[in-house]
Design a binder for this molecule. Structure first.
Ligand SMILES: C[S@@+](CC[C@H](N)C(=O)[O-])C[C@H]1O[C@@H](n2cnc3c(N)ncnc32)[C@H](O)[C@@H]1O
Length: 402
């Protein structure tokens, strides 16, 4: 599946031979960053717009408002190389950072933004080699941040989602980031019974006939749009639930996690079942989208959950600042043209160069910071007041019994 691109970035395919990435031996981009088939990279245009591009495939091209870029032309290039579209528009090439990859890649579910994922990694107290349980996987954004913190020999991440499409998209996203660097050591659990069902597999208690009966009892006999299921559909749904093929539990009996991370619509129904799977004195972090959810959880915990304490409730906000040079009008007067705080152009001599069509050929235009005389440079430092990612709350719990 291709990463999401702005709408004007239409995809046009010629006849496509299969990607040759499958046939190439794995080489980490840290060792050889030269772009090859299968890689997803960032193309940065002259306006500074950075877009995810790829995975690179033989014979493919992509058209946008700045012309056509052929995948084959990007293969063999190194980061910071400059390539041109068929109309001469220039692009620099980059490996995506995790921040831009997780926020720009194709989405099936809403994501936790980097400000929250990085803070959650901090609250989860992760370390290389840790074992972590995560639910729901969603788009895999948090999954990648967890992996980045724990990945080492012996580390393991179990990530659970109730929706196959979300989990499969997340797996694909992770496989396509930096040649699948963060893929090893993750088990993707896809279960229509959700985390509740996987907990039973992890505890080794899911094979009992009572469990099968309880699943069938709780079955919803309607379609998502409210229409009742036919007898045949109902029978098929029951069979799917009971015979659902889950991976084997990869852990020995009695295994416990170093940390648990949850981004689910309902956490109250799973906390008590999860606590035995968490090591004593270790954290569980819940991402919640509004304060009513947090309050409801804490009120519920007071009455029902004495196995853990609330350590922290955080709302994380990043305030971006603009820090840049500008021309001080009074000092540049008569020396350069000043168009507000944007680009500044040197005053043209009488023989200013123009193209044959009479248009300014732009050769004398430079960025403001380049051509303002040193004694006329001023500095702008101001907060942008643009929210960075949607808001949410991180609730850190700690298991307080052995
Ligand atoms: C908001 S998304 C998670 C986004 C993810 N944290 C990320 O950063 O990409 C919530 C996910 O929880 C899944 N989900 C909902 N109920 C679940 C349950 N009972 N067990 C497992 N997953 C569940 C949904 O299918 C959805 O993919």
């Amino acid at each position: 599946m291709l990463p999401s691109l702005p709408r004007h970035f239409t995809r046009t395919l010629s006849s496509l031979p299969p990607s040759s990435s499958d046939t190439q031996p794995f080489v980490s981009p840290q060792i050889d960053p030269t772009f090859r088939y299968g890689d997803v990279l960032v193309v940065n245009d002259s306006n500074g717009e950075r877009r995810l591009f790829g995975p690179l495939k033989k014979g493919i091209y992509r058209d946008n408002n700045l012309g056509r870029l052929r995948h084959d032309d990007l293969v063999g290039q190194k980061p910071l190389s400059i390539v041109q579209s068929n109309t001469g528009a220039k692009y620099t090439l980059h490996w995506p950072t995790l921040d831009e990859y997780s926020t720009k890649v194709k989405r099936q579910a809403s994501i936790m933004y980097p400000k929250d994922t990085t803070s959650a990694v901090h609250l989860l107290d992760l370390f290389p080699g840790a074992h972590v349980l995560e639910a729901g996987t969603g788009n895999g954004s948090m999954t990648m941040y967890i992996q980045r913190a724990i990945m080492a020999p012996g580390s393991h991440l179990d990530t659970v989602d109730i929706r196959d499409a979300h989990s499969m998209q997340a797996e694909k996203n992770i496989e396509q980031f930096w040649r699948g660097m963060y893929r090893p050591g993750i088990t993707f659990w896809r279960s229509s019974g959700g985390l509740q069902r996987v907990i039973k597999r992890l505890k080794g208690t899911d094979q009992t006939p009572e469990f099968a009966v309880s699943l069938i009892k709780g079955i919803d006999p309607t379609h998502p749009d409210g229409r009742p299921l036919t007898d045949l559909e109902l029978r098929r749904k029951k069979l799917e639930l009971v015979h659902e093929d889950l991976p084997k539990n990869p852990h020995p009996e009695g295994h416990q996690y170093d940390a648990i991370s949850l981004d689910l619509p309902d956490t109250k129904s799973v906390i008590l079942d999860l606590l035995p799977l968490l090591k004593a004195d270790r954290p569980m972090v819940l991402y919640m989208v509004n304060m009513s959810q947090v309050l409801e959880l804490v009120q519920w915990m007071r009455l029902n959950c004495h196995g853990c304490t609330v350590e922290n409730v955080l709302e994380v906000g990043w305030k971006e600042w603009s820090v840049r040079s500008a021309a001080v009008r009074s000092k540049v007067k008569g020396r350069v043209h000043v168009g507000g705080f944007g680009a500044v152009s040197v005053l043209k001599p009488a023989t200013a160069t123009t193209g044959t069509d009479g248009q300014d050929n732009g050769s004398e235009l430079t960025a403001a910071s380049d051509n303002i005389p040193d004694d006329a440079v001023g500095w702008i430092c101001r907060p942008l007041h643009v929210p960075v990612g949607h808001t949410g709350f991180l609730v850190q719990l700690r298991k307080n019994y052995i």
